[in-house]
Design a protein around this ligand. Sequence first.
Ligand SMILES: [Zn+2]
Length: 95
Amino acid sequence: MITLDECLSPHVVMAQRDHARLEWRKPYPVLARVRPVAWTCFCRATVYELCEGGGRAFIRRTIQLDDDNEVRETSVSSIHETRAIWVALLFGRAR
Ligand SMILES: [Zn+2]
């Protein structure tokens, strides 16, 4: 059983009304050796992962469905820029 007390990863907060709208694309294998370096809690239906590889980064969004998962990704950008988007996403300033 999952309770809030057992959550080790962060949850995104509700998106602010004027939040930046990220462009979510179907996954396309652009980066070799990508690994998630941060992620939101899997207790939520929608999980976000900050993925980095080869000095570049993007954010992956997985919506956990009963029969399948819907995976979308942002376009690849610099690690610096993507980490800024990641923080904005966590705090509801981007979604
Ligand atoms: Zn959780």
